[in-house]
Ligand binder design. Structure first.
Ligand code: CA
Length: 383
């Protein structure tokens, strides 16, 4: 027994990192040769030799303690730490700290931060093909899109888009189908959208511009004030999972159903050089932590949406839930198709992504219809 070779601090450090006493003693015995070479013990800390730390800094787009989105980030970091036995430590900075909610792409690309959490379509003004990896108007639902991303070539295409920018992106949590937004006035015809100033990011914003509205993107923390002060006339954010606690119903009575974000996937971003510097086990732990946190956010979103939707009728009776008239939706779908065709013609990589999504949607939707849709109809018919 060579436990006398251990100084108190070394033992404390080993035990703090979760090793059992027996493991600690065995490890140090192995490393030091049971005191036969005391110089080894002095120059190589057994704890350090056993565990290399990976300290990562993550910046995200959302305010401090933002629910659901923020939960996904913290879940990922906690899982990564536990699965690595404390080797991975992720420090999380909200937009309140770094002051650049829409600067995540640049900060992770440059290495100012190692990781990020945001939404891919926020970067379409910088790298246009990033817009395809959040959600697309009239596109796939969350199960269909996850299937495309993980099994239908989506992740490979995302990596193709981000790699030239020293970035890797992974799914970062899905909100499920989003609501169409909060409006101060009813939308009865396409004319009602003319000149309408609306916060709506991504490709849906381009579609609205095409039919005469004035879309803009505003970070989450500024949405309420912008609508209240009339900087914008309407906004979309997420859905009942997050909208009600933002208070939009106090300043806009009409709540429209969705068409524009059927499967909004957030993203984890990682600096590519940093990622490449990690050993395989650390990469895999991070990959599993991100994937699990993303799936978990989808489940949490479903839970919060259903719970909060149920509360609308009892707690917020003044909210008027509407759907856009068919003629308005047809105009938006037509604009969507025109814009997609233009992008496809202008950029080979955009065409590759668009073709991949369209082909996958066609196949996946046929199954969704015969499975989920038929099931809904069957069950509804029994009521
Ligand atoms: Ca949204």
């Amino acid at each position: 027994m060579c436990s006398s070779d251990l100084d108190g601090e070394t033992m404390k450090a080993i035990l703090k990192q979760g090793a059992t006493l027996a493991t600690a003693l065995l490890t140090v015995t192995t490393l030091t040769g049971c005191g036969e070479n005391s110089s080894t013990q002095q120059t190589v800390s057994p704890a350090a030799a056993e565990k290399e730390s990976y300290n990562l800094r993550l910046a995200h787009t959302w305010p401090t303690k933002f629910p659901i989105f923020g939960d996904a980030i913290h879940n990922m970091a906690t899982m990564a730490s536990k699965m690595s036995d404390g080797r991975i430590n992720i420090t999380i900075d909200s937009k309140n700290k770094h002051k650049a909610p829409l600067g995540i792409f640049d900060m992770v690309k440059s290495g100012q931060y190692d990781m990020g959490h945001s939404a891919s379509y926020y970067w379409k003004g910088k790298v246009s093909n990033t817009l395809f990896f959040t959600t697309m108007p009239f596109g796939m639902t969350a199960p269909e899109q996850y299937a495309w991303r993980y099994y239908g070539g989506g992740q490979e295409l995302a990596e193709k888009v981000y790699a030239p920018h020293n970035l890797i992106t992974f799914p970062g949590g899905n909100t499920g189908n989003q609501m169409g937004g909060w409006f101060q006035k009813e939308i009865n015809t396409i004319e009602d959208l003319q000149g309408l100033k609306m916060r709506i990011p991504g490709f849906a914003g381009e579609v609205l511009a095409k039919v005469g509205a004035k879309p803009t993107n505003i970070p989450a923390g500024e949405l309420y004030t912008a609508l209240e002060r009339g900087t914008i006339d309407a906004l979309e954010w997420v859905g009942p999972s997050l909208d009600l606690r933002m208070g939009f119903h106090k300043i806009a009575p009409y709540y429209y159903t969705g068409w524009h974000e059927p499967a909004t996937e957030l993203q984890f971003l990682i600096n590519k050089e940093k990622w490449a510097s990690f050993p395989a086990d650390i990469q895999e732990i991070l990959r599993v932590a991100m994937r699990t946190a993303a799936y978990d956010m989808y489940a949490q979103s479903q839970h919060e949406s259903a719970k909060n939707w149920a509360s609308i009728k009892t707690e917020y009776p003044n909210i008027q839930v509407k759907s856009f008239p068919t003629a308005v939706l047809q105009a938006m779908k037509s604009a969507n198709d025109t814009l997609i065709a233009e992008r496809s013609a202008a950029d080979p990589l955009a065409k590759e992504i668009i073709d991949s999504q369209a082909a996958y949607l066609s196949t996946a939707r046929a199954w969704t219809k015969i499975s989920d849709q038929s099931y809904f109809q069957t069950v509804e018919a029994l009521k």
